[in-house]
Ligand binder design. Structure first.
Ligand code: FBP
Length: 423
């Protein structure tokens, strides 16, 4: 049974799924045109390091400088390469909408072009590789997760394969399962770890190849070659809807300032994107605070200045976005709930200004943290399609014996219809 358009009827899941989830099961997943017909993999430019190339070359003596790979349309059919591959897949790090579709894409590629192949899902993240905890993925097992949020198909974890003992455990597992390939679906740390695994297997002449897929809602795993990480699009749209609701609430009552902290520990990309989508009254961007060497007092004063100006106009309400990682950008304070700390500092400063006759408004506030709500939502059409293509392409790369590469989709020409021109 194929999972593509002729999987089990979504009606089977009606008792478990909402109407929306059931309708998402049937949402079509168009592949980029190059993946739909005959193609071959050709070598691209050699890999390089954006910084510290000498150090990185020493860490990856087998892989550094190897060529990247691109897919080009041709008369060749990858099915001719033969099948019977054994592939493992692992979800690593924080959840991001679309992970299930990456797995569906890998699985469908193997069903379409390498028949007779087997896919194992490692349970609970990299720990599943080290402990050899896995499940064999079948069409029936995978299908209900198609276009659904979360990582619950095989679950994730934040363990890393770092020590010599852990590398040995990973070697034992891939040897026991006779894996031809392993796909690591993860963020920057996880993909670095994937590359170390690839280097380790290659240096020992093991047959297992490793391919990464770029995931993180934080949106900070990107480069010229990797236009975006999956999950960012969905998470920002979910948060933006919630922020929009809070903005409407604020305007409806005219009563509160809402301080909204948004997920994104090391980067403020989510906060910036949500600000662009919703236009709140104030947005604090951690990288900007850091670049301007601002202190907490500077940030507080900026917020208080805006609140005072709005009060003069008769507006004693508003919405303020704060990135989760703000405190990491201001080294002077420890890790605490930044929105609550800012509220307290803003209240103190407003009281001071009131006593000095500089502020005559009313200040009531609410605090929010929008984080986990956005990590497991139903993937948007973009993330659904992007992830499916990422997984499909990861299957191609492994079929062609590639290792130490990250699967990527990019548009080389302004697309008429988004997914079809991706390569
Ligand atoms: P990944 O980089 O692994 O995708 O996770 C990043 C993140 O979304 C951060 O923004 C957030 O602070 C963190 O996960 C929280 O995750 P948890 O509480 O599950 O460790």
């Amino acid at each position: 049974m194929a999972i593509n358009s002729n999987g089990p009827s979504p009606g089977r899941f009606a008792s478990l799924y909402s109407e929306v989830q059931t309708s998402r099961l049937n949402h079509p997943l168009p592949l980029p045109s190059v993946l739909k017909s005959s193609f071959k993999v050709v070598d691209g430019p050699p890999s390089y390091a954006a910084g510290n190339p000498e150090e990185i070359a020493k860490l990856f003596p087998c892989l550094f400088g190897q060529p990247s790979a691109s897919l080009v349309p041709t008369g060749a059919d990858p099915s001719e390469l033969g099948g019977n591959l054994k592939i493992g897949v692992v979800l690593s790090g924080g959840q991001a909408p679309g992970g299930h579709n990456v797995i569906s894409g890998i699985f469908d590629y193997l069903q379409d072009r390498a028949k007779g192949s087997t896919v194992y899902g490692f349970r609970g993240g990299p720990a599943g590789i080290m402990k050899c905890k896995y499940v064999e993925l079948t069409p029936e097992f995978i299908y209900p997760y198609r276009n659904q949020g979360g990582f619950d198909m095989i679950c994730s974890g934040r363990d890393k394969i770092e020590t010599p003992e852990q590398f040995k455990q990973a070697e034992d597992t891939v040897t026991k399962l006779e894996l031809d390939g392993l796909v690591v679906i993860g963020g920057d740390d996880s993909n670095t770890n994937a590359c170390l695994l690839a280097e380790n297997f290659r240096s020992k002449n093991m047959k297992t190849r490793v391919i990464g897929c770029p995931k993180t809602i934080d949106g900070d795993l990107k480069s010229k070659e990797v236009p975006t990480s999956f999950g960012f699009d969905t998470a920002c749209k979910i948060y933006s809807e919630m922020i929009g609701n809070v903005m409407t609430d604020a305007r409806s009552t005219g009563k509160y300032y809402h301080f909204v902290r948004l997920m994104g520990r090391a980067a403020s990309h989510i906060t910036l994107e949500c600000a662009l989508q919703t236009h709140p009254n104030i947005t604090i961007i951690g990288e900007e605070v850091s670049a301007k060497k601002q202190t907490l007092k500077n940030v507080t004063d900026y917020i208080v200045d805006v609140i005072c100006k709005r009060a003069e106009l008769g507006y004693n309400y508003g919405v303020i976005l704060i990135p989760e990682g703000l405190i990491d950008f201001i080294p002077e304070v420890a890790k605490i709930e930044s929105e609550k700390m800012l509220i307290s500092m803003v209240e103190t400063e407003l009281e001071k200004r009131k006593s000095e006759g500089q502020y005559a408004g009313n200040f009531s506030r609410q605090s929010h943290f929008f984080g986990y709500e956005g990590r497991c939502g139903l993937p948007t059409n973009f993330d659904s399609t992007y992830c499916y293509a990422l997984g499909y392409a990861a299957g191609v790369l492994l079929h062609y014996g590639k290792t130490g590469l990250i699967s990527s989709q990019a548009s080389h020409a302004p697309p008429k219809q988004p997914p079809f021109e991706w390569r």
